[in-house]
Ligand binder design. Structure first.
Ligand code: ZN
Length: 253
């Protein structure tokens, strides 16, 4: 399940291998117009990946939960079956293959597919003021749902939602309005600090505090980590029921 940091690493790998090269063949037929065009840029944006070609055309892919780009040498064996490929771009010595991307389209205006997104969590400088402003206008009912709202801030996925909330001992079901600006800023900065090292570290070396650790002891207090579906998309939230408890309010039971 790709998060913003995965897309960044993917874009960097693609850029190294195909930037400046001319497409020899492009499949399926809907992207055949890319044949003969040179790759000008490969740009990550949240969970979207834009590949710009000469002549003002761009290939927009959105990975959602399933998609991934691979880069192979010509003739190298693919790690996934060909029938799962949603785009195949062949270059002189390299083949770029996108598997199982739910969105794959050619666009004239490369900004159009990402115009609605909030500032990217991984970009330097990070526009935190704009994120907080967007967060205060969002209708997301809980902190967990707010962090996944790509129109507020692009690039945070379910893993770093859980990790950032645990790091700050925040209840994922708390209403964003209950958090003051200083703590809301700290929440986004924590997610960013947790994600940025992944731009250079292989994914296999990532160690999570709560995500994927249901039933295992909290690294802070030893309480078993719980899992509960959250929001209308029923994304699984991993949390410590002890140290991420809402602070008690006088008059509440
Ligand atoms: Zn705990």
């Amino acid at each position: 399940m790709p998060e913003g940091d995965t897309i960044w690493r993917t874009a960097a790998a693609l850029r190294r291998r195909i930037a400046g090269k001319v497409v020899m063949d492009a499949r399926p037929a809907v992207i055949a117009r890319l044949k003969g065009r040179r790759v000008e840029a490969v740009e990550p944006n949240g969970k979207h990946l834009l590949m710009r070609f000469e002549g003002g055309i761009a290939l927009h892919s959105h990975m959602r939960m399933t998609g991934s780009w691979h880069v192979y040498r010509r003739g190298e064996r693919w790690r996934l079956p060909e029938w799962r490929a949603t785009a195949v771009l062949s270059f002189d010595d390299t083949v770029a293959v996108c598997f199982a991307a739910p969105v794959m389209e050619l666009v004239r205006d490369a900004q159009a597919p990402v115009a609605h997104l909030g500032p990217d969590i991984l970009v330097d400088p990070f526009d935190l003021d704009a994120v907080i402003d967007r967060a205060r206008h969002s209708e997301a009912p809980t902190l967990g749902e707010l962090l996944l709202e790509q129109r507020v801030c692009a690039g945070i996925g379910n893993i770093y939602k859980c990790e950032a909330l645990w790091a700050l001992r925040l209840d994922a079901w708390m209403a964003p309005s209950e958090l003051d600006d200083a703590r809301l800023r700290a929440l986004y900065l924590t997610a960013r600090d947790l994600m940025r090292p992944n731009l250079v570290r292989p994914i296999a070396r990532q160690r999570h505090a709560v995500h994927g650790r249901g039933g295992r002891p909290c690294r802070r207090c030893g309480t078993p980590i719980r899992i509960r579906a959250q929001g209308h998309q029923a994304r699984l939230t991993y949390f410590c029921p002890r140290c991420q408890r809402k602070p008690a309010v006088v008059g509440e039971d």
